[in-house]
Ligand binder design. Structure first.
Ligand code: GDP
Ligand code: MG
Length: 596
C-alpha cells in the first residue's frame, strides 16, 4: 500500500472507557471480523486481560476502509492504558500520526488519559476527540465535550459522539480518521528503518515483533539487524495482522505489521529498538531506546517450599514475554527459598503474581513492595538496596529514595481531602489548575515509596472513587529514612524489615509487633517481640509462656484424643520455621504480610 493510502492511529482512553469494545465495532464495521466470529474484546488476548478488562500488551490490526472511492488501510495500534506501562504507551504512540481521544460520556476525562494525551500532543499528533457510551442514560456529552475542547482546543462540536455498544457513529468515526490523520511520510529509497512498538512471545512461533516501518522496505528472507545490540537475524516471516497474521512480500514506508525471526525471548527484540537491513544498515536509530527499569521490588515465595523449582520455571517462562520483569533467587529465614522480583509498578506486580498463581498453579506469598534506595555510607561507598533486610550495617551518611511527579484529577469538592492525603504522604504541591469549574488538576512530587502503599485506594476512598491519578519517575531525593527491624526473642525476622520515614517508624513497629503477637502461638518460654532501629528498641509486645500443665489439664481423661493432638502438633512442626529458639508456623508470617 502506498503511504498516501495509509492511516496509523491509536486510541487513548482510560481503563473501562470502552476502547476494546469500540475496537470490536471497528473490526466489524470494516468487515475484518465477521459478526459470527465476533467475541467480546477480540483483541484482548490474555485471559487475565479479559477478566480484569485491561489491556496489557498493545496489538496492531489493519482494517480496510473506503472513502470517496479510494481504498485506505487503517492501522489501529492498541496502547496499554496503565501508568506502569507508560514507556510502551509512548512507543506505540510514536508509531502513529494520529490518536483517538476516547472519553466515557458519563465520566469525563481521567488523569491517566490526560498523561497519554499530553504525550501525544507533544509528539504533534492529530487528536480526534470522541465521546463514547452515548447510549447510556447517564451520558452528558455536552458537558464533557466542553471539557475536552478546553483541553485540546477547538469547539465542543468537534467532538464525535459514538457508542461502542450499539455501533452508532462508528462509520463516521472511520471516515474522519481518513480525512484528518495525515498519511505517513518516509524515504522509500533510504536504508530500512522500522520501530519496534511491541514484542510478544508465542509458544508456536517464538517472538512476534510488531513494527512500524519508517524508511525503506523490509522483505522476507533477508537478514535484519537490531540497532541497539547489532544482533543479526534472518527474517523468516513478515506480514500484517487483520487481525489474524497474513504473511506478505514485505512492508514499506508507513506500514505497520509483524515480523518473525525465530528468536525465543522478547529481550532479543526490544520495544523501542530500531530494525534495519543487515545488507544496507541504517546508521541512526529512530528514537532513543530505553531499557525497561524496574521501580518496585518484592520477594516472592512459594507457600509450599517444594514448589521452588516450579516457581523458577514459571518465572523463566513469563520472562520470555515480559522484558521488564527481573528476578534473582533469595532466601529468607521466615519464608524459605524464593525470588526477589523487580516490577515496573504495582499493577505489573499484581499481574505477574496473578499469572504465576493462575497459569502455573502456584500458591505464593509476596513481601511488602519496596522501592530502590541509594545509600551513601560514611566511608563514601555507595550501596543500592532493593531488599530492606539487606540494608548495610555500617554508618550511613545519606539515604536517597525515588521520587515521582504525580498528576491527580479530582472534582473540586475533594481538593481538601486530596491535599491532606498528599501531605500525609510527604507530598510537595507543585500546582493546581481548574480544567472546568468543577474539575481540578493537581500536581505533586511524592516519594514513590508512599505511593506503593495503598495510596491509590486511599485516594479513591477519600474522593468517593472520583479522583484519578498518574505518576512518572522524577529523580531521587535524600530523606530521613530508617530501617526498622522486627525481632523475635532477640532474632531479626528478615521478611518484616522495612525502610520507613523516621516519623512513621514507631507506628510501623507497633503495628507489626501487635500483629505478630496475635499470630504466633505461645511457646514453652516467654517470647518478646520487638521493633528496633539499629540497637534501639522502639516498640515491644510479649507472648506469654505456655503453661506446662495445659495438655494434662485439657485432655486429662481421654488418652486417644491426647495422642491425636500430639500427632497433629508433630505434623504442624514440619511447616514451622525456626527463628532462633522460637517455632513459628509459616501461616503466621503469611498472615502478617497479607493482612493490613
Ligand atoms: P476498555 O477498558 O477501555 O477496553 O473498556 P471495555 O471496552 O472493556 O469496556 C468497559 C465496559 O464498558 C464494558 O463493560 C463494556 O461493555 C462497557 N461499554 C463499552 N462501550 C460501551 C458503550 O458504548 N455503551 C455502553 N452502555 N457500555 C459500553
Ligand atoms: Mg480494553
Amino acid at each position: 500500500t502506498p503511504p498516501e493510502l495509509i492511516r496509523n492511529f491509536s486510541i487513548i482512553a482510560h481503563i473501562d472507557h470502552g476502547k476494546s469494545t469500540l475496537a470490536d465495532r471497528m473490526l466489524q464495521a470494516t468487515g475484518v471480523v465477521q459478526a459470527r466470529d465476533m467475541r467480546a474484546q477480540y483483541l484482548d488476548r490474555m485471559d487475565i486481560e479479559r477478566e480484569r478488562g485491561i489491556t496489557i500488551k498493545s496489538q496492531a490490526v489493519r482494517m480496510p476502509w473506503e472513502v470517496d472511492g479510494k481504498a485506505y488501510a487503517l492501522n489501529m495500534i492498541d496502547t496499554p492504558g496503565h501508568v506502569d506501562f507508560s514507556y510502551e504507551v509512548s512507543r506505540s504512540l510514536a508509531a502513529c500520526e494520529g490518536a483517538l481521544l476516547l472519553v466515557d460520556a458519563a465520566q469525563g476525562i481521567e488523569a491517566q488519559t490526560l498523561a497519554n494525551l499530553y504525550m501525544a500532543m507533544e509528539n504533534d499528533m492529530v487528536i480526534i476527540p470522541v465521546l463514547n457510551k452515548i447510549d447510556l442514560p447517564a451520558a452528558q456529552p455536552e458537558k464533557y465535550a466542553e471539557e475536552v475542547a478546553s483541553l485540546i482546543g477547538g469547539e465542543p462540536d468537534d467532538c464525535l459522539r459514538v457508542s461502542g455498544k450499539t455501533g452508532e457513529g462508528v462509520p463516521e468515526l472511520l471516515d474522519r480518521l481518513v480525512r484528518e490523520i495525515p498519511s505517513p511520510v518516509g524515504d522509500p529509497d533510504a536504508p530500512a528503518r522500522a520501530m519496534i512498538f511491541d514484542s510478544v512471545y508465542d509458544t508456536y512461533r517464538g517472538v512476534v515483533t510488531y513494527v512500524r516501518v519508517v524508511d525503506g522496505m523490509l522483505k522476507p528472507r533477508e537478514r535484519i539487524e537490531m540497532l541497539s545490540t547489532e544482533a543479526v537475524h534472518e527474517l523468516l516471516e513478515i506480514g500484517v495482522s487483520s487481525p489474524e497474521p497474513k504473511p506478505s512480500q514485505g512492508l514499506g514506508v508507513g506500514e505497520v505489521g509483524y515480523l518473525i525471526t525465530g528468536v525465543k525471548d522478547v529481550r532479543q527484540s526490544k520495544v523501542g529498538d530500531t530494525v534495519t537491513s543487515a545488507m544496507k544498515p541504517a546508521t541512526e536509530a529512530l528514537a532513543g531506546y530505553q531499557d525497561p527499569k524496574p521501580m518496585v521490588f518484592s520477594g516472592i515465595y512459594p507457600i509450599d517450599g517444594s514448589d521452588f523449582p516450579v516457581l523458577r520455571e514459571a518465572l523463566d517462562k513469563l520472562k520470555l514475554n515480559d522484558a521488564a520483569l527481573t528476578y534473582e533467587p533469595e532466601t529468607s529465614a521466615a519464608l524459605g527459598f524464593g525470588f526477589r522480583c523487580g516490577f515496573l509498578g504495582l499493577l505489573h506486580l499484581e499481574i505477574v503474581r496473578e499469572r504465576l498463581e493462575r497459569e502455573f498453579n502456584l500458591d505464593l506469598i509476596a513481601t511488602a513492595p519496596s522501592v530502590i534506595y541509594q545509600v551513601t555510607m560514611e566511608d563514601r561507598s555507595e550501596v543500592t538496596v532493593t531488599n530492606p533486610s539487606e540494608f548495610p550495617s555500617g554508618k550511613v551518611k545519606e539515604i536517597r529514595e525515588p521520587m515521582v511527579h504525580c498528576t491527580i484529577l479530582t472534582p473540586s469538592e475533594y481538593v481538601g481531602q486530596v491535599m491532606e492525603l498528599c501531605q500525609e504522604r510527604r507530598g510537595n504541591m507543585l500546582g493546581m489548575d481548574y480544567i472546568t469549574t468543577d474539575r481540578v488538576e493537581m500536581q505533586y512530587t511524592l516519594p514513590l515509596a508512599e505511593i506503593v502503599f495503598d495510596f491509590f485506594d486511599q485516594l479513591k476512598s477519600k474522593t468517593r472513587g472520583y479522583a484519578s491519578m498518574d505518576y512518572e519517575p522524577e529523580g531521587e531525593q535524600s530523606a530521613d529514612l530508617v530501617k526498622v527491624d522486627i525481632l523475635l526473642n532477640g532474632e531479626g525476622v528478615d521478611a518484616f524489615s522495612a525502610i520507613v520515614h523516621k516519623d512513621a517508624a514507631y507506628a510501623y513497629g507497633l503495628r507489626m509487633c501487635s500483629r505478630l503477637k496475635e499470630l504466633i502461638p505461645r511457646q514453652q518460654f516467654e517470647v518478646p517481640i520487638q521493633a528496633a532501629i539499629g540497637s534501639r528498641i522502639i516498640a515491644r509486645e510479649t507472648i506469654r509462656a505456655l503453661r506446662k500443665d495445659m495438655l494434662a489439664k485439657c485432655y486429662g481423661g481421654d488418652i486417644s484424643r491426647k495422642r491425636k493432638l500430639l500427632e497433629k502438633q508433630k505434623e504442624g512442626k514440619k511447616r514451622m520455621k525456626a527463628i532462633g529458639r522460637v517455632d513459628v508456623p509459616q501461616e503466621a508470617f503469611i498472615a502478617a504480610l497479607t493482612s493490613d
